[in-house]
Design a protein around this ligand. Structure first.
Ligand code: SIN
Length: 333
């Protein structure tokens, strides 16, 4: 049976275009069809390792505009290709800005047996496809090599020769080509001249340690009620005004607020004025979760069980928001 690598396009800078080749900032993301990126990709054939490819443009977005609807559509298409016995792995092109959120969402909702068997490799670019000095083709070739690597599995992110796991990956720079970090976990490995060099086991634990929340079967049975969860940041001078505004009866088609993730200062600390308003919101049935605005580490909770505080998440605020939404959505379902 012929074997394939499936490419799914979602937009981003990797498919972006600018009027001027030297301009790597003022461009429009999501302009080129995935097919245009693939036909002009040098070294695609060796990267495929004897396989053919399939491609699908799932949508064409600047990833800042992604929402849960995009994620659900993408998850279903990824699951479709993962279940095909003739597909060895997937490459998903994506904007860098919310790539870590899509990667985390996919790692949480796709069925674990599928993820344990094959890799879903998200890749991106920091420079548009019109740039005089491109990074997209190298990232795409690396992602193709990784998707073709024997034993590779789970949701992975490739950028600038580094491979990251979905749980730890984070965009840490707005301009540099190596814009991502795996935080304290570091990268899973590196792509060097088309070969994968491993630094640590595939993040299979992320796949095994599935926690309760909306699962793929529920997600597949659309329409899913996606709860509204907002993120607030604690800072010097933070007040409760924003929480009180959020808790007001929504206008127009806005859904009611179901949860708030606070990117707290340091170890998830919260200004007393903000805290007071959060306590009021909690009394009204809004779920509250603490994360930290620190780029490394996670909130450490007291060993003293009598501590009463909002629950803490070990995830970054944007991933904690996804986790909370999945949990609330599963309850509603
Ligand atoms: C986007 O996230 O779609 C635009 C920015 C990028 O891909 O670097």
């Amino acid at each position: 049976m012929a074997q394939y690598i499936a490419f799914l396009g979602t937009g981003g800078t990797i498919a972006g275009a600018s009027e001027r080749g030297h301009d790597n900032v003022a461009y429009r993301a999501g302009q080129l069809h995935l097919q245009q990126l693939l036909v002009q990709l040098p070294g695609l054939t060796p990267a495929l390792g004897g396989r053919s490819f399939l491609l699908e443009q799932v949508f064409q977005e600047d990833s800042k505009d992604m929402d849960a609807e995009h994620w659900c559509i993408l998850a279903k298409r990824v699951a479709h290709f993962l279940t095909r016995p003739d597909v060895a792995g997937l490459v998903v092109t994506h904007g860098t800005d919310t790539l870590e959120e899509t990667a985390y969402f996919l790692s949480r909702v796709l069925p674990a047996p599928l993820l344990r068997a094959k890799p879903v490799v998200l890749t991106c670019a920091m420079r548009p496809a019109s740039s005089l000095a491109l990074d997209g083709p190298q990232n795409m070739r690396d992602a193709t090599c990784l998707a073709s690597t024997l034993g590779a599995c789970g949701v992975l992110v490739v950028c600038s020769g580094q491979v990251y796991g979905a749980r730890s990956v984070q965009k840490v720079h707005p301009y540099r080509l190596d814009a991502f970090s795996g935080g304290e976990s570091g990268p899973v490995g590196a792509l060097e001249e088309g070969r994968f060099r491993s630094f640590q086991p595939w993040p299979a634990m992320e796949i095994c340690a599935q926690v309760p929340g909306l699962d793929f079967d529920q997600l597949n049975a659309m329409p899913v009620y996606w709860p509204r969860v907002e993120i607030l940041m604690n800072h010097a001078g933070a007040s409760g005004a924003i929480v009180r505004a959020l808790c007001q009866r929504p206008q127009g088609s806005d859904p009611p607020l179901r949860g708030i993730v606070v990117a707290g200062t340091g170890n998830g600390t919260i200004h007393r004025s903000l805290r007071a308003a959060l306590v009021e919101a909690e009394c009204q049935g809004v779920a509250i979760l603490r994360s930290t605005r620190c780029p490394l580490g996670q909130v450490v909770v007291s060993a003293d069980e009598s501590q009463t505080d909002f629950p803490a998440s070990p995830l970054s605020a944007v991933k904690a928001r996804i986790e909370m939404a999945l949990t609330l959505a599963a309850r509603v379902d």
